[in-house]
Structure formats: structure tokens, C-alpha cells
Design a protein around this ligand. Structure first.
Ligand code: NAD
Length: 244
């Protein structure tokens, strides 16, 4: 696709289920990619920027580090995330700090670093990975839903505020995706993940839950000029199964 000729990208959470699929699809289109995660040793990419997004100085400097490594920064995908379960009554201080730190503060810091770089270069595209639970919350994941709603709101705000700089900011909002995040949740609750994924798939009108590649494809669309008039959109990717 010519949209991506000569482009450069930074992807966070690049070692995870959805992140790895995004990196693969971007690179298959010829994009040079800088990958960020706690451990990126096993991820093929043009630049490796390992670190902990809870470290404010790492998150603040990540966009500049990607720009330096790739001599460009056209696309930023804020994909890293953590899930904590439970109601407010059983959310610990540690869960609160982790969820807010990784899911909200880190994308804020990484975007704050990327926007002036993209503005100086005449524009760019930012895609945040929110969740369908960021649009309409589901039960028993109060803080996770709140963090994904915060990212959705930040996306809408940045989409308005930076459109005039030709920086388009949008979000994908997946429903259930077959990744380590989902599967470890099943294991923790004592279910066999393959059986649970198959059972869950029966509740989705399209007949299966999403694979990481299904989400990555929409991330690439939003990052491409095919989405040139989209700014601040929250795109639900749910196989016909909206929450609520
Ligand atoms: P995953 O657990 O496979 O990947 C998440 C990645 O984020 C991991 O590689 C992890 O190391 C990285 N990460 C977490 N904390 C970090 C930190 N402090 N510093 C650096 N990296 C860190 O999960 P996934 O399902 O691929 O999730 C990707 C995104 O999709 C997340 O934002 C998640 O909330 C969102 N999402 C997932 C689903 C789903 O069902 N899997 C549904 C909706 C939204």
C-alpha cells in the first residue's frame, strides 16, 4: 500500500498480542518501526526501545528516542495496557497506580512527546488502543473501564486540538481479543483458555472473538491516509457484539 511508503512508526506494547500483530503488519507495508515494551528482544524491528512505561522519564523521552533512531516519526500507536479486575471496593492502591500509570499517564506522556515532533514535520497519525469498555463500561472491571474511557476522551480531545497541525488522533476500541491479556484472565479464574475462547466466540455475532490481526488491520487503516478525514474517532471493532 503506497500510503506507508517511507513512513516511520513507534508502537508501545509491541511484545504483546495486539502489539506484535501491529508491528508485523506495519513492517509488511514497508514502515520502519521502533518497538517499545519491557522486553523487546524477541521482536523484529528497525529500532528497539525497551523500558517501563511507569517510569515517567522513559515515557516522556520515548517519542524523541524513536525519532532519533528512525530519523522520523509519522505514526505512533499507544497500545500497551494492563487489565485489573474487580469493583472499586476491591481495587487496591497498587492496582489503581498500575492501571492509571500504564493505561492513561503513559499514553499522555508519549503523545506529549510526539505531538511537537509530528507538528514540526508537517503532521502524523496517532492511534490509541482503548476498548469497547472505554465507550460503554462492563461489569466488575471498574478501574480498567475508567482508564479506557480516559484514553477515549484524551483521543477525542487531541483529535480536535491537533487536527490543524495535520496530526490525526483516533482510537480503536476492541471487544474481546485472543491475546495473553484475555487468556491469562481465564487461567486465573480456573478456565481452560482454548475452551473459554471457543465458548466466548459463540456469543459474538460474527462467530468468533477477534484475533490480534483483526485489530491491527483497523489500526493500520487509522494510521494511513485512507483515514485522512478522521480526527478524534473511536472505532469499535467488535464482530457485531457491542457492550451494553
Ligand atoms: P498483552 O498483555 O498481550 O499486551 C500488552 C503489552 O503491554 C505487553 O507486551 C506488556 O508487556 C506491555 N506493557 C504492560 N505494562 C507495561 C509497562 N509498564 N511498560 C511497558 N510495557 C508494558 O495484551 P493485549 O490484549 O495485546 O492488549 C493490547 C491493548 O489492547 C491494551 O491496551 C488492552 O487494554 C487493549 N485491549 C485488549 C483487549 C483484549 O481482549 N485482549 C480488548 C480491548 C482492548
Amino acid at each position: 500500500m503506497s500510503y506507508f511508503r517511507g513512513k516511520t512508526a513507534l508502537v508501545t506494547g509491541a511484545a504483546g498480542g495486539i502489539g506484535a500483530a501491529i508491528v508485523k503488519q506495519l513492517r509488511a507495508e514497508g514502515v520502519r518501526v521502533a518497538v517499545a515494551d519491557r522486553d523487546v528482544a524477541g521482536v523484529d524491528a528497525e529500532a528497539h526501545l525497551p523500558g517501563d512505561l511507569l517510569d515517567a522519564s522513559y515515557a516522556d523521552s520515548l517519542s524523541a528516542a524513536a525519532f532519533a533512531a528512525l530519523s522520523g516519526l509519522d505514526i505512533l500507536v499507544n497500545n500497551a495496557g494492563v487489565i485489573t479486575r474487580g469493583s472499586v471496593a476491591n481495587t487496591t492502591d497498587a492496582d489503581w497506580a498500575l492501571s492509571l500509570g500504564v493505561n492513561v499517564e503513559a499514553p499522555f506522556r508519549v503523545c506529549r512527546g510526539a505531538i511537537p515532533i509530528m507538528a514540526d514535520r508537517g503532521g502524523g497519525a496517532i492511534v490509541n488502543v482503548s476498548s469497547c469498555w472505554g465507550v460503554r463500561p462492563g461489569p466488575n472491571h471498574a478501574v480498567y473501564c475508567m482508564t479506557k474511557a480516559a484514553v477515549a476522551s484524551l483521543t477525542q480531545c487531541m483529535g480536535m486540538d491537533h487536527a490543524h497541525q495535520n496530526i490525526r488522533v483516533n482510537a480503536v476500541c476492541p471487544n474481546e481479543v485472543n491475546t495473553p491479556m484475555l487468556r491469562t484472565g481465564f487461567v486465573k479464574r480456573g478456565f481452560d483458555p482454548d475452551t473459554a475462547v471457543a465458548e466466548l466466540g459463540k456469543t459474538v455475532p460474527i462467530g468468533r472473538i477477534a484475533e490480534p490481526e483483526d485489530i491491527a488491520a483497523v489500526v493500520l487503516f487509522l494510521a494511513s491516509d485512507a483515514a485522512r478525514y478522521m480526527c478524534g474517532s473511536l472505532v469499535e471493532v467488535n464482530g457485531g457484539k457491542p457492550v451494553g
